[in-house]
Design a protein around this ligand. Structure first.
Ligand code: PMP
Length: 413
């Protein structure tokens, strides 16, 4: 089937608003736009069925409970988990990683080791640093060159004391998509827990957690056309069962006494308090929406745009390209050879082209690349050929203009 980005784009009403008609939105790694069914589901929840969940309560509360559990089953199918009991709703990938860090590390012994990589988002660095300090654990990094992890050398940092390996399934700063099968092979048979940060991956590929073979997988709905404020933590049932809860409160208990409590079963023991119910309704609509799309064709289209962008940008003398076109989920990252990345971003913004500038919550990586900040253009399936052509033309124009300015300055008496 031929994928038509223009038809696909019609599902996204933001682009139809008069002020956004010319918008070239290339900030999809930060968040994607929402299709109409997702917006409608959130509105409908508040309009028709708003109530807090509780199985044994009134009609609306029962309906809300059924909706949450239905979306949990959909989410299990989305990630190909063995059971809905393996799906915990969180605020997003960040909260899921904090849950894992807090729960898993509280069971470790001083001197145990956690392995992460230099390409991780801060959400997959900072929680481990905090736990390492609290429980005297050791943080180790996959060997890297100029910040790019060499995952084939993962074995060099695995030891007797390695208990957790938490690695990106796709980098938000570079797009780099590690070979998860090769990582699985290196981890096989070891007494440790493998976490995949799939915040970027889930937006571009069909995920099969059983095939990947990881113990835990985290992602955020807002990166795959769903609402913000809701994300998924997948965990193997036996592991979740054995883990202590992270947060305490309502919904996660079976019985509360003055000094002790018994916790609810899976997955509820990890879901203290009222969840983002409207966001869960929106997530359900996003999963329905994705289920009827040709995801392979969407990814193939994104890859065509990506390869073309890399070729065009590589040929521009005034740019330092940081990302690589191979094993890339859909990101071009670069820095202007002269001038600041922020100036370039503002210049593009004035022309209705939305890209992101900065360290992209990956400061260690950006520092290792030897630049202060990068400009990042990140793709989604609704990006058209016209979008990327306008972006490239605008970049060319900017480089000519800044080169002329530099020449004029040099020639000035
Ligand atoms: N990991 C990666 C790779 C990400 O790209 C992001 C979001 N930029 C996160 C984790 C954190 O996701 P969230 O902010 O939705 O919790």
């Amino acid at each position: 089937m031929i994928f038509d980005p223009k038809t696909f784009k019609q599902h996204f009403p933001l682009f139809e608003q008069p002020e956004n008609r010319r918008l070239v939105y290339l900030d999809n790694a930060a968040t994607t736009q929402k299709p109409r069914p997702v917006i409608d589901a959130i509105r409908d929840f508040y309009l028709c069925s708003n109530a807090n969940t509780h199985r044994s309560s009134h009609r609306l509360a029962r309906r809300a409970t059924e909706m949450v559990e239905r979306v949990r089953s959909q989410s299990a199918a989305f990630l190909h988990a063995a059971s809905a009991r393996e799906i915990v709703f969180c605020r997003g990938a960040t909260e899921a990683l904090n849950l894992l860090a807090n729960s898993l590390c509280s069971e470790l012994r001083a001197g145990d080791e956690i392995v992460i990589s230099s390409v991780e988002h801060h959400a997959n660095i900072v929680p481990w640093q905090m736990m390492a300090q609290r429980f005297q654990l050791k943080l180790r990094y996959v060997p890297h060159t100029a910040g790019i992890p060499q995952f084939d050398r993962l074995g060099e940092v695995l030891g007797e004391r390695t208990r957790i390996v938490s690695l990106s399934g796709g980098s938000n700063a570079l797009g780099l998509r590690p070979d998860l099968e090769a990582i699985a092979r290196q981890l096989r048979g070891r007494n440790l827990h493998w976490i995949v940060d799939g915040a970027q991956l889930a937006a571009h590929e069909r995920v099969d957690v059983q095939k990947v073979g990881c113990d835990f997988f985290v992602c955020s709905a807002h990166k795959f056309y769903g609402p913000s404020g809701i994300g998924l933590l997948y965990g193997r049932e036996s592991l979740l069962e054995a883990m202590p809860p992270w947060q305490g409160g309502g919904e996660m208990i079976a019985e509360v006494d003055l000094y002790n409590s018994r916790f609810a079963g899976l997955p509820h023991k990890f879901e203290a308090g009222t969840s983002s119910l409207a966001a869960i309704a929106g997530l359900g609509a996003a999963l329905d929406f994705l289920a009827v799309q040709d995801r392979a064709a969407m990814a193939a289209h994104e890859q065509q745009l990506l390869q073309w962008l890399h070729r065009e940008l590589a040929a521009m003398p005034g740019l330092q390209l940081i990302s690589q076109p191979q094993h890339n989920l859909g990101i071009v990252a670069f820095a202007p050879a002269t001038g600041s990345a922020a100036d370039l971003m503002h210049w593009l913004d004035e022309r209705d082209i939305a890209v992101r500038v900065g360290h992209h919550c990956a400061q260690p990586l950006i520092r290792a690349a030897g630049v202060a900040a990068t400009v990042r253009a990140s793709l989604a399936a609704y990006n058209t050929w016209e979008n990327v052509q306008l972006f490239v033309e605008a970049l060319r124009e900017y480089l000519v203009e800044t080169a002329t300015e530099t020449e004029n300055l040099a020639a000035a008496p």
